[in-house]
Structure formats: structure tokens, C-alpha cells
Design a protein around this ligand. Structure first.
Ligand code: NAD
Ligand code: ZN
Ligand code: ZN
Length: 362
């Protein structure tokens, strides 16, 4: 058992509390990882506010990290102590029918099919002050050590800087992959990206890499526009500056609507606006943002009847265990610069300050 620090969420709506926790050794098929860096994604904020489906407190949040394998359980063959790894918030078992299907990135043995708050054997490896602490998406990266099933761990290049590539564990891969894998953006096309957080800015980067000729970035926080332009946005619009609904503005700007639209905020109204912004016949809208659990969306069915496609994607539609190590290699080859997404670097003890910065749109 390792004693180390972790940020524990004891109850919804409360700040995280840095605690000393016990992390049990990995059981068969599991890997214990020493985490060296983690990012903050809005999905962690959904969890802290109690809006994440089936969340159980107390829990150790965090799902966008990078670290080094500390020890392995019986039967683990794909990683060894000392390997650099990224924990996968969506695993890839490689054996289920979806893993075997090249079109799918969902894994039937993931934490959405099984209780996500516990490891697959329905127990936890974390305890604190005599209480069992739950896992989050199996990965719980807000801890100095975590235990994860082997098929939710991706080995990455030994040269990778962990404080930079941790973003590839969720935000970057989610946004970039939504453009490349899910929408399959074509060269010369027009795109609209709603929301310019870590995820939306990564969508902008993916659209640019795919050769889009026009990328319209939409956000109510105009402080995000300079970074969006640096990453490839050709136009930036705040819906608050528009007299008409944003979908009408985008339709007028592009003639009949964009070829691809992306929602990277997590609101019902902007999901409908993003859907209505892509052209009525061949337009593709990708839902990336997460709505609070229990939400519903109501749309005019004519939006789809004329031919539009409305899709969603987890972690950029990528087969995580294969694709994320490739993205790390592409990062090292300087094919993209995800470092531009890093706005602040904080010591672990200031994790609550990180959430304050997220809430303040910084
Ligand atoms: P973020 O908070 O950093 O960014 C959200 C952006 O949306 C902000 O810039 C904010 O100003 C903007 N915004 C808020 N309300 C708006 C409105 N009404 N109109 C226009 N812009 C508005 O969040 P993030 O970390 O980039 O995550 C974005 C979303 O993606 C979240 O819902 C998150 O849960 C989700 N997410 C999904 C996946 C997935 O696998 N599908 C993975 C990661 C994150
Ligand atoms: Zn995330
Ligand atoms: Zn699988």
C-alpha cells in the first residue's frame, strides 16, 4: 500500500480537499501509476457539481493525466514499471464487438457498461480516514498514485514531456479527434466551432489540420478569440453581439450553412444552434459537450429530415489505446502544438484554484 496525496471530493458542490490516501497494490490485470501531471477538463467540474451521471461521492476526480508505471498486477504484459503512460478515460479492451469494429471507439468493457465508480472487480483501491473512496472514469488522475485496468492504459514514447502530453488524455484528443475522426472534415470545407475552451480550441486545430478553408469560432467570452485565431480560426463571433440568432448569422455568412459544426460547451440551446448552423442537406453536426445528467433536448425534426447528420463522440471518436500514443508521437514530431492550450501551470495543492480559473473563463 502506498500513502500519498490526492484531491478528494467528499460531496457535490464542495471544494476539493487535499488528503493523505492509501492506494492499494494493483490486482491481476491492473497497473499502478505514479501520476506526474494532470489537466482540468470541464467534465471534472460537472462531477464536482454533482451533474455527472451515476457519480458516487466521496470520489477522486481527474481524467486527463500522464505518469509512469510504478508496479503491475499478475498477467499484465503490455506495460512494465518505468514506462511512460497516459491513463485512458475511455478504455479499449480490443476484444469486444465494438473494439473489433473499425468504425467504433466505444468499448463494451468500459466504465459506462460497468459501475464507473469502482474498478471492474467492483472494489476500490483508494481509502482515506478509514473510508472507501470511489474512482472516476476508472482513472482518478487527481491523485499522486492511481490503479487502473491494463486495457485503460496507453504506453507512450519515453521522450514525451508528461506535463505537456497529459492534455492528450482527454481535452486535446477529444476536440482534435472530433474534427478528424468523427466529422472527417474535408479540405476546403467550412466549419463552425461553438465553445473555445480546451476542447473547442482543439476542434479548431483539428479542422485546420484537415484543411478546412473557413473556421468560424463562436464564444460569448471574447478573451478566447486571440488564441482561436492563433490556432486557425478565420472568423470569431460572440452571439451576444448579434441581433439575430447565431444559426441565422452563420447561415447568412456561408450561404447555406457550414459543412461541419461542433458543440464544445455542453448546453441544450447551443447544441440546437450548432445543429441548425450546418447546411440542411449534407451538413454534419458533432455533439462534443456534455449536458448535465437527466437533460433532454427537443428539436424540430425538419432539421434532420432534409439530410443533416447529428452525431456525438467520446474522446474524439478514436480507439484510445492505439490513437493517443500516435498523437503523442505526432506531438513530438511537431505536427501540432498543443502547448498553446496550456494557460496556467499550478502545483497540485492549488487544484481548487485551477477550478476557479476554469469557472472564471480563464
Ligand atoms: P471550458 O469550460 O474550458 O470551455 C467552454 C467554453 O464555452 C468557454 O470558453 C465558454 O466561454 C463557452 N461558452 C459557455 N457558454 C456559452 C454560450 N452560451 N455560447 C457560446 N459559448 C459559450 O470546457 P472544456 O473543458 O473545453 O469542455 C467543453 C465541453 O466538452 C464540456 O461540456 C465537457 O464536459 C465536454 N467534454 C466532452 C468530452 C467527450 O468525450 N465528448 C470530453 C471532454 C470534455
Ligand atoms: Zn475530459
Ligand atoms: Zn472493448
Amino acid at each position: 500500500v502506498i500513502r500519498c496525496r490526492a484531491a478528494v471530493a467528499w460531496a457535490a458542490g464542495k471544494p476539493l480537499s487535499i488528503e493523505e490516501v492509501e492506494v492499494a497494490p494493483p490486482k491481476a490485470g491492473e497497473v499502478r501509476i505514479k501520476l506526474l501531471a494532470t489537466g482540468i477538463c470541464r467534465t471534472d467540474e460537472h462531477l464536482l457539481q454533482g451533474c455527472f451521471p451515476n457519480a458516487i461521492f466521496p470520489v477522486i476526480p481527474g481524467h486527463e493525466g500522464a505518469g509512469i508505471v510504478e508496479s503491475i498486477g499478475e498477467g499484465v504484459t503490455s506495460v512494465k514499471p518505468g514506462d511512460k503512460v497516459i491513463p485512458l478515460c475511455l478504455p479499449q479492451c480490443g476484444e469486444c464487438s465494438f473494439c473489433m469494429n473499425p468504425e467504433s471507439n466505444y468499448c463494451l468493457k468500459c466504465h459506462m457498461s460497468e459501475p464507473q465508480n469502482l474498478l471492474p472487480d467492483k472494489t476500490t483501491r483508494f481509502s482515506c480516514k478509514g473510508k472507501q473512496i470511489h474512482h472516476f472514469l476508472w482513472v482518478s488522475t487527481f491523485a499522486e498514485y492511481t490503479v487502473i485496468p491494463e486495457y485503460a492504459v496507453a504506453k507512450i514514447d519515453a521522450a514525451a514531456p508528461l506535463d505537456k502530453v497529459c492534455l492528450l488524455g482527454c481535452g486535446f484528443s477529444t476536440g482534435y479527434g472530433a474534427a478528424i475522426n468523427t466529422a472527417k472534415v474535408k479540405p476546403g470545407s467550412t466549419c463552425a466551432v461553438f465553445g473555445l475552451g480546451g476542447v473547442g480550441l482543439s476542434v479548431v486545430m483539428g479542422c485546420k489540420a484537415a484543411g478546412a478553408s473557413r473556421i468560424i469560432a463562436v464564444d460569448i467570452n471574447k478573451d478566447k478569440f486571440a488564441k482561436a485565431k492563433e490556432l486557425g480560426a478565420t472568423d470569431c463571433i460572440s452571439p451576444r453581439d448579434c441581433k439575430k440568432p447565431i444559426q441565422e448569422v452563420l447561415t447568412e455568412m456561408t450561404g447555406h450553412g457550414v459543412d461541419y459544426s461542433f458543440e464544445a460547451i455542453g448546453r441544450a440551446d447551443t447544441m440546437i444552434a450548432a445543429l441548425a448552423s450546418c447546411n440542411m442537406s449534407t451538413g454534419i453536426c458533432v455533439m462534443v459537450g456534455e449536458l448535465d445528467s437527466g437533460s433532454e433536448i427537443s428539436i424540430d425534426p425538419l432539421l434532420l429530415l432534409t439530410g443533416r447528420t447529428w452525431k456525438g463522440a467520446l474522446v474524439g471518436g478514436c480507439k484510445t489505446r492505439e490513437y493517443i500514443p500516435k498523437l503523442v508521437s505526432n506531438y513530438l514530431e511537431k505536427k501540432f502544438n498543443s502547448d498553446l492550450l496550456i494557460t496556467h501551470t499550478l502545483p497540485f495543492a492549488q487544484v481548487n484554484k485551477g477550478f476557479e480559473l476554469l469557472r472564471a473563463g480563464k
